[in-house]
Write a protein that binds this ligand. Sequence first.
Ligand code: HEM
Length: 226
Amino acid sequence: MLAVAVVAGSVLVLPYLLFDVDASRISSRNEVHRVLLLVHIFTAMAALVLGPLQFVPAIRARRRAHRVIGRAYLFAGVLPSALAGIPVAALSVNGPVTQIGLLIPGIAWLVTGGLALRAARRRDFAAHEAWMMRNYALTFLAVTSRVVAPLLVLAQLPIIDSVYGGSADAAIEATIPIGQWLGWIINLIIAEILIRRKASRAAPRSTPTPPRLSRRTPRPLGGAVR
Ligand code: HEM
């Protein structure tokens, strides 16, 4: 997962490294929007790469390292990236499906991060891990949505003439917002499955209690009750 995060994050961030307006894959409404987008992108990159380290058992075993990386993930990654990403979503020039589809995970990013931190402070480590898994599922939307959208475009090739007048650009433009929604929905479903599977494995197996003998219970032949 770390390798996927580093490669995908680098591909995503590369066009913005030179602060060249023309290299941006999306247009901004004004200078403030552009600066917020850049803050969002660079801090999101930190979250994307730091997140998987927290699931490496060797790092988790070293509590100090886990705590330092966790704080960097939340306070240098998720928090600034979400605070910048929420207005960026509201200002998006790509229409209401993108705006709402990214506002919801942006807010959920802050909420799940806060709940994860609160659970850690209460030393409820099972809840902390579950909230962190949900939080990273939201972070990883950047990767999943960019995998899902091209797949959806490919799936629509047979209908590209009838629905999009043969325009691949129109198909891509219409499909990207759907990919943005699916990116976080798919990730949250996977996270929820993993969390439940982990919880059911951790739950102690209930040992069947032997039935209590009541007066009415017929004694086995021979009279001995084992
Ligand atoms: C909950 C997580 C995230 C939310 C809510 C979010 C939100 C947004 C929003 C609203 C936009 C502008 C989209 C538009 O106007 O069309 C955007 C763009 C962008 N985001 Fe995020 N984002 C998240 C995670 C990430 C992560 C982890 C990265 C990794 C580096 C990332 C990298 C980018 C990039 C590079 C863009 C510019 C568009 C592009 O070049 O494809 N985002 N994001």
